[in-house]
Write a protein that binds this ligand. Structure first.
Ligand code: NI
Length: 166
């Protein structure tokens, strides 16, 4: 199974490249990413989190169908912003409220390389925006107030060093 990298890994801070060709390798990558996301009880996972610097992410919210997004682009956002508590498989155990547009329209290619467009709101809009940030090296903690971010990451570092020490 693919390994998920955590905070501190350079790859989480880099820009992902466009996918020129949705070939068998990309199809397999999408499936593997869905597998590891489900295994880790996540609702979204982006390429850089599994050390693949490509414009791909997967998500599955509630009982909705699992989706693969390739070369995604946000083409519209609502003016309304909403706070919502986010977490990330690459920063386990850290959760914080982030304000983002409540609704978005996204276009992307699916796992067969076919273009699709979706209007998303609620948790789905949230996950898509969070995962798209991963494709440009942005993490949800970057939206937090400096003091809050420092405090949360201190707690996180302590927890992680204890884990490593075991
Ligand atoms: Ni994340």
């Amino acid at each position: 199974m693919l390994d998920i990298v955590t905070l501190g890994a350079d790859v989480l801070r880099m820009n992902a490249e466009q996918i020129e060709n949705v070939d068998d390798q990309i199809v397999k990558l999408g499936q593997d990413m869905l597998d590891v996301m489900r295994f880790e009880d996540g609702i979204g996972l982006a390429g850089p989190q599994v050390s693949v610097l490509k414009q791909i992410f997967v998500c599955q919210v509630h009982q909705n169908e699992a989706r693969v997004f390739i070369n995604p682009q946000i083409i519209a956002t609502s003016h309304e912003l909403l706070p919502y508590e986010e977490g990330c498989l690459s920063i386990p155990g850290v959760f914080a409220d982030v304000k983002r547009p409540a609704a978005i329209t996204v276009q992307a290619l699916n796992e067969r390389g076919r273009p699709f467009k979706i209007d998303a709101e609620g948790v789905l809009a949230r996950v898509i925006q969070h995962e798209m940030d991963h494709l440009r090296g942005v993490l949800f903690v970057d939206y937090l107030d400096e003091e809050v971010k420092k405090k949360l990451l201190k707690i996180y570092d302590k927890k992680m060093s204890r884990k490593v020490g075991r």
